[in-house]
Design a protein around this ligand. Structure first.
Ligand SMILES: [Ca+2]
Length: 158
């Protein structure tokens, strides 16, 4: 009985640590290079963890205050794209619940706008626009702390 309790306590502690890392993401981008959405994702997967997930106000606030302010395109790709009419985060495969669209977006202009950019213009800073995935924009990635083997094993026990 004691042994079982101790395992569950360990599992709980480790789960809390893992959840704590959600806000421990670091963000990485390139101002001197542009890429298509697919190229951005590939670069992010190679160099960091994945193309950035802007899943709450805190991430929006950070990006608004740290990405370079621009008066015109190209802006920055984020890790959101449309899969079967549903806006889906590339990094975890989940549909959006926090959204931050610019006025009158997403408008699916020319029926070809399946990827999402983040504006850094004065008026729409941090707001989203759907755009063609083939357009070239600056990449933004995020990096998370990798789980240690013992964390992965304990998660499997739950
Ligand atoms: Ca649009």
């Amino acid at each position: 009985m004691l042994k079982t309790t101790s395992v569950y306590t360990d599992v709980l502690i480790h789960l809390l640590l893992i959840l704590g890392n959600v806000e421990g993401w670091t963000y990485h981008w390139k101002d001197n290079e542009t890429m298509t959405w697919n190229e951005t994702r590939k670069w992010c997967l190679t160099e960091y963890t994945d193309i950035v997930m802007v899943h709450n106000e805190n991430v929006t606030y950070f990006l608004k205050n740290n990405l370079k302010e621009k008066s015109s395109s190209p802006y920055y790709w984020i890790g959101l794209r449309k899969i079967k009419e549903t806006w889906t985060w590339a990094a975890n495969g989940q549909s959006v619940n926090y959204e931050n669209w610019a006025p009158n977006e997403p408008n699916n202009n020319k029926a070809d706008e399946n990827c999402v950019e983040l504006y850094t213009s004065t008026n729409n800073k941090g707001k989203w626009n759907d755009d063609s995935c083939k357009n070239k924009k600056h990449p933004v990635c995020h990096k998370g702390k990798k789980l240690e083997m013992k964390d992965a094993l304990l998660v499997q026990l739950v």
